[in-house]
Ligand binder design. Structure first.
Ligand code: RP5
Length: 191
């Protein structure tokens, strides 16, 4: 079943570097057959495009925007300041493939993603953005669908099924752990 012919969710990210993490959002939305439109919009490299994107999102009629950014992470907050569409921020632990020297200190954010988490959640009063955990783009996808489920009862049903699948898989693992004993179970799981 498809819920709409047009995309319901806009996924944006500050850089192509973020696509590695942000694909988590598209994967879960695809799994549930929710159409999304994906773009790169940089708050600091393409500031005018950011305002244009907010207008585009309104014109397209997106119900939710998922915005991922690393470092100072202005993208989710700035988009939220331009539109009333709910924005879910994904703080990204920057992993910069483009850096010429690919040593560990050049690849990762100095603050391990906390910089971006705080930047997204600490929006001043009046222009809120919700945030998922660092690199938890999949959770942003699920949260977006929870918002959409208010509009689509069939999606609500599917999300409930998803919850019960998770429940059953924990029970199955627990039974296995109980049967094998903790040491054997852990050795097998992490070998
Ligand atoms: C942010 O800077 C992006 O969201 C990305 O997480 C980070 C690094 O971007 P690149 O320098 O890899 O393009 O704007």
């Amino acid at each position: 079943m498809t819920y709409s012919k047009k995309p319901l969710v806009g996924i944006i990210m500050g850089s192509s570097s973020d696509s590695r993490v942000m694909q988590g959002a598209s994967e879960i939305l695809d799994q549930f057959k929710i159409k999304h439109e994906d773009q790169i919009v940089s708050a600091h490299r393409t500031p005018s495009r950011l305002a244009e994107y907010a207008q585009h999102a309104e014109k397209m009629g997106f119900s939710v925007i998922i915005a991922g950014a690393g470092g100072a992470a202005h993208l989710p907050g700035m988009i939220a300041s331009h539109t009333v569409i709910p924005v879910i921020g994904v703080p990204i632990l920057v992993y910069n493939d483009k850096h010429p020297k690919k040593n560990d200190s050049s690849k990762f954010s100095a603050f391990g993603g906390l910089d971006s988490l705080l930047s997204i959640t600490e929006m001043p009063s009046g222009s809120p953005v919700v945030a998922v955990g660092i690199n938890k783009a999949g959770n942003a996808g699920i949260y977006a669908m929870k918002i959409l489920a208010n509009e689509f009862p069939e999606l609500k049903k599917k999300l409930k099924q998803h919850k019960s699948t998770q429940h059953n898989s924990v029970i199955k693992e627990s039974e296995q752990l109980k049967k094998e004993g903790l040491s054997k179970f852990a050795k097998k799981k992490f070998k």
